[in-house]
Write a protein that binds this ligand. Structure first.
Ligand SMILES: C[S@@+](CC[C@H](N)C(=O)[O-])C[C@H]1O[C@@H](n2cnc3c(N)ncnc32)[C@H](O)[C@@H]1O
Length: 308
């Protein structure tokens, strides 16, 4: 995995030596990060998963009627592969499930748990980075394909990157439909609670990025010199995760010195929030036609079915 480490180091140095320090959110996701996120999903303050899970049975029944029998589902960022069960249970004789995620070991374990419950579905765990072009493993050619991008993951891209991702997904999936989650929440208190402490789980997820750089890239970040902070920011409306330095410090990474003043932060992730009309416009920029949308009663989560 020399290449993966080199890319990680190059991306980390580019972000940490920029005037505003950032790290790409995709490096949050290793075994530890994925496990922490799975626990965050069960935390009462993290509303998106609960609202999406409450909406999914109705969505799955409608989507099953629209896509028909014998579908191959491709999930981007499948994580623990829990939500897919609702879709597979609703669809008529689904044939294949390709689960794609950057956190390969965690994904493989999740599919090993899922597969025995769906003996007639061909399951393929696929470790890949969806911020780059993806070629699916053989086997879906000519199939009736449904893409699935659950949770609030589309919001982790900037709007321009999200349009690019949607266009690449259109190339990957071919003529297909794409079911995409989007979070329309605007309430700053609810957002700060969900992206705040979650009893220490959210800080642990973001601090794991520093721990990963220490472990995998030989860096020497002192984790106890950083506190996690969630900031609600406008234009475009989003939540940003920051690790804020408490004391001045100099750390070493890849032969370079990374200096921090007290209060200076690293932005470790961003979650853009999309009202339904804004998401539809984004999907159209990515080359998809919005076909149907489901919004939960409290307006706290939406799922969009796109046609391409
Ligand atoms: C916020 S979690 C969502 C997990 C699950 N889909 C859900 O809705 O609960 C984001 C998932 O996307 C994966 N991921 C993040 N960036 C990725 C990338 N660039 N390529 C592939 N997978 C990625 C992470 O490993 C993680 O499993």
């Amino acid at each position: 995995m020399a290449d993966a480490s080199e890319t990680f180091l190059r991306d980390a140095l580019a972000g940490l030596t920029a005037p505003t320090k950032t790290l790409p959110g995709k490096y949050l996701w290793d075994d530890t990060g994925s496990d922490l996120f799975d626990r965050i999903c069960a935390h009462p303050d993290y509303y998106p998963t609960k609202h999406e899970m409450a909406l999914l049975p109705e969505v799955a029944a409608d989507v099953a009627g629209i896509v028909g029998a014998g579908v191959g589902v491709v999930e981007f960022g499948a994580g623990a592969s829990r939500k897919i069960r609702v879709l597979l249970d609703a669809m008529e004789a689904p044939e294949a499930y390709v689960a794609l995620d950057i956190s390969g070991d965690f994904l493989a374990a999740a599919i090993a748990r899922l597969a025995p419950d769906y003996p007639h579905v061909t399951m393929t765990p696929f470790a890949a980075d969806y911020s780059r072009p993806i070629r699916l493993p053989e086997g879906l050619a000519g199939k009736n394909v449904l893409g699935f991008f659950a949770g609030t993951s589309i919001g982790n891209f900037s709007p321009d990157e999200a349009a690019g991702f949607l266009a690449r997904a259109r190339d990957t999936l071919g003529v297909s439909r794409f079911l995409v989650g989007a979070d329309p929440t605007r309430d700053p208190d609810r957002l700060k609670r969900a992206y705040g402490a979650c009893d220490g789980l959210m800080p642990a997820l973001h601090l794991n990025l520093l721990a990963r750089m220490n472990r995998e890239l030989g860096a020497d970040f002192a984790l106890d010199n950083f506190r996690h902070e969630a900031r609600v920011v406008d234009a475009p409306f989003r939540v940003e995760a920051h690790l804020v330095a408490l004391r001045p410090a100099i750390y070493r990474l890849g032969g370079r010195e990374i200096r921090f003043e007290p209060g200076e932060s690293i932005r470790t992730d961003t979650s853009h929030k999309y009202a339904p009309a804004a998401f539809r416009a984004l999907a159209e920029r990515g080359g998809w036609r919005p076909e149907k949308m489901w919004l939960d009663q409290q307006g706290a989560f939406s799922l969009h079915l796109l046609r391409g």
